[in-house]
Design a protein around this ligand. Structure first.
Ligand SMILES: Cc1cc2nc3c(=O)[nH]c(=O)nc-3n(C[C@H](O)[C@H](O)[C@H](O)COP(=O)(O)OP(=O)(O)OC[C@H]3O[C@@H](n4cnc5c(N)ncnc54)[C@H](O)[C@@H]3O)c2cc1C
Length: 448
C-alpha cells in the first residue's frame, strides 16, 4: 500500500489546494448571504455520480489552461490514494458542477479542474479511445458543433430553395433528439419560424432568401441558446488548434442522434443525416466519401439497431482510411491516433482479434450485438447528460415572432457568480485547513 511517505513531495500536499483564482473585485463575495439558501439547495442536489471537474495531467495542463476561454481557473492538486482527498472529492465536485457540469449555472466563467499528482500511468488508455468519463463531457461539443453548423449555413447563405427540404428534415431530427435540451428548444424555435425566415420562393431564384441580415439570424435564433460554449471543444479538443474540434463534435452529434431514434424513424434519420452531410458539410472530400457510403447502404433501415451499426461502421471506414493517410502524411493529431473503434480497453466484448495466416496481419471480428449495446450506452442520455439550461429570446425583427411561450421554465436554481465563486473559495480553503489540521494531529501523535 502506498503511503504519504512514498511521495515526500506530496506529504504536505495531501489535500492541499493550489488555487489559481483571480477575483475580479471584492464584489465577488457580496451577495453570498442573500443567495446562500439557493446555493445550498443546488449543492444539495448532487448525487456525486458524475465527475464535473476536468482532469489535467502533465501533457494537457499548460495547453488547456492557456487556451481556456474562461477568465478564471481553479486547480486542485491531489493524490488518488489519499483518503482525505477522496473524502473531499464530492465537495469539490458539487462546486465544479456549478461551473462545468451539463447543468452548470454559470457555464464558461470558471474552469474547475484537478491534477492527480500521484498518477503515473496516464497513457495506458489510447486518447482516442474515449472512456465513459471523457464522453460525458462531449455534450458541450455537440452543442458547439450544432451552433457552428448553423453559423456556417447562414454565413455562407447555403439555405436556398434547393437545400430547404434537407435542412428542415435535419432540423426536425435535432428538435426531437438532440442530446442537449437547449439545442432541441432552439431548433424548434427555428422550425416554427422557418417560413418567415426563408420564405418559399415562387420565382426561379435559388439564392439564400432570408429576410434577415446574415448575422441577425443566429443572434435572434441562437440554435443552442445564447450561452453555448465557443472555442471549448472539451472532449474534442486536439493537441493543436487545427486538429479535431468541429468534425469530431459533428461525429459525436450524429452518433448521439442515432442512438435516440426509434425503429420507425431509422430510415428518416438516415436520409436526414446523409442529405445534411451532402449539402452542408464544408469538407468536399468528406462529403464525397460519405455520399458513397450512403449510396451503398443497405437501406431502407427498418430498425434503429441497423442504422446505429451502419453509422458506426461508416465512421470506422473513415477511421481506417485516415489511419493510413495520417501515418503517411503526418497530418493527424499524434496524440489522438485514428483506430478501429471501440478498442478492447473500453469494450472487451465488442471484438476479438485473429491473425491472418497469409499476411500475419491482425483482423478484428466484431460482435455486433455487443457493439450495439455498447454504442447505446456510450452515447446515451446518461453518458451525455443534457443541460437543462434553457434560453428564451424575443425578436424585435419585423415580421418574425419569437415567442417565449414555448420556453420551458428552467428547473435550475439561479446562483450568482459571486456566490458560487465564494463557495468555491471557501470550500477549497476548508480542504486546505482540514489537511493542515490532520497533519498537526499526526505530528502531535508521533511526538507522544
Ligand atoms: C461525416 C464525416 C465524414 C468525414 N469524412 C472524412 C474524410 O473522408 N476524410 C477526412 O480526412 N476526414 C473526414 N472527416 C473528419 C474525420 O473523420 C475526423 O472527424 C477528424 O479527423 C478528427 O478526428 P478525431 O481524432 O477527433 O476523431 P473522430 O473520427 O472525429 O471521432 C470522434 C470520436 O468519436 C468516437 N469514435 C471513433 N470512431 C467511432 C465509431 N466508429 N463509432 C462511434 N464512435 C466513434 C471516438 O470517441 C472519437 O474520439 C469526416 C467527418 C465527418 C463528420
Amino acid at each position: 500500500m502506498p503511503s504519504s511517505t512514498d511521495y515526500p513531495h506530496l506529504s504536505l500536499l495531501f489535500v492541499m489546494m493550489v488555487l489559481m483564482i483571480v477575483l475580479p473585485s471584492f464584489e465577488a463575495f457580496t451577495g453570498v448571504v442573500g443567495h446562500r439558501r439557493s446555493v445550498l439547495r443546488v449543492l444539495g442536489d448532487g448525487d456525486g455520480s458524475m465527475d464535473y471537474a476536468l482532469d489535467l495531467n502533465s501533457s494537457t495542463f499548460d495547453s488547456v489552461l492557456k487556451d481556456s476561454p474562461t477568465s478564471f481557473a481553479i486547480v486542485e492538486f491531489f493524490a488518488h490514494w489519499c483518503p482525505a482527498c477522496r473524502n473531499y472529492k464530492p465537495h469539490y465536485e458539487k462546486v465544479a458542477r456549478l461551473f462545468n457540469g451539463p447543468n452548470a449555472i454559470h457555464p464558461g466563467m470558471i474552469l474547475m479542474s484537478r491534477v492527480d499528482c500521484a498518477m503515473k500511468n496516464e497513457d495506458t488508455l489510447p486518447w482516442n479511445a474515449s472512456d465513459p468519463v471523457q464522453i460525458a463531457r462531449a455534450i458541450y461539443d455537440t452543442e458547439e458543433a450544432t451552433a457552428q453548423t448553423f453559423d456556417i449555413l447562414t454565413d455562407n447563405k447555403w439555405i436556398t430553395q434547393e437545400t430547404r427540404a434537407p435542412l428542415i428534415m435535419f432540423l426536425q431530427l435535432l428538435a426531437a433528439h438532440h442530446p442537449s435540451k437547449r439545442c432541441r428548444k432552439g431548433t424548434a424555435e427555428i422550425l416554427v419560424n422557418f417560413d418567415d425566415l426563408w420564405p418559399l420562393n415562387t420565382s426561379n431564384s435559388s439564392q439564400g432568401t432570408s429576410i434577415m441580415q446574415t448575422g441577425d439570424v443566429t443572434k435572434v435564433f441562437p440554435i443552442c441558446g445564447k450561452e453555448v460554449p465557443r472555442g471549448y471543444w472539451i472532449f474534442c479538443r486536439g493537441s493543436r488548434n487545427e486538429t479535431r474540434g468541429y468534425s469530431c463534435g459533428l461525429w459525436i452529434l450524429l452518433h448521439a442522434l442515432s442512438v435516440r431514434v426509434g425503429d420507425g424513424e431509422a430510415q428518416q434519420a438516415f436520409i436526414a443525416t446523409c442529405d445534411f452531410i451532402h449539402n452542408f458539410f464544408k469538407c468536399e472530400e468528406c462529403r464525397r466519401h460519405f455520399h458513397e457510403m450512403c449510396s451503398s447502404a443497405p437501406s431502407p433501415f427498418r430498425t434503429a439497431r441497423s442504422y446505429v451499426l451502419w453509422l458506426w461502421s461508416s465512421h470506422n471506414k473513415v477511421n481506417e482510411r485516415l489511419m493510413a493517410v495520417e501515418q503517411e502524411w503526418r497530418t493527424g493529431d499524434s496524440r489522438y491516433p485514428k483506430m478501429l473503434w471501440p478498442p478492447p480497453q473500453i469494450c472487451a466484448s465488442c471484438s476479438t482479434s485473429t491473425i491472418k495466416p497469409k499476411t500475419g496481419n491482425t483482423k478484428l471480428n466484431w460482435n455486433e450485438d455487443e457493439v450495439y449495446n455498447f454504442l447505446k450506452q456510450h452515447y446515451s442520455i446518461s453518458s451525455l447528460s443534457p443541460p437543462s439550461n434553457d434560453e428564451t429570446g424575443k425578436s424585435s425583427i419585423k415580421g418574425v415572432s419569437v415567442s417565449d411561450d414555448a420556453a420551458s421554465s428552467t428547473h435550475a436554481v439561479t446562483v450568482p457568480v459571486s456566490a458560487a465563486l465564494a463557495i468555491a473559495l471557501a470550500s477549497c480553503a476548508f480542504g486546505a485547513l482540514a489537511c493542515f489540521w490532520r497533519t498537526q494531529q499526526k505530528n502531535r501523535k508521533q511526538k507522544n
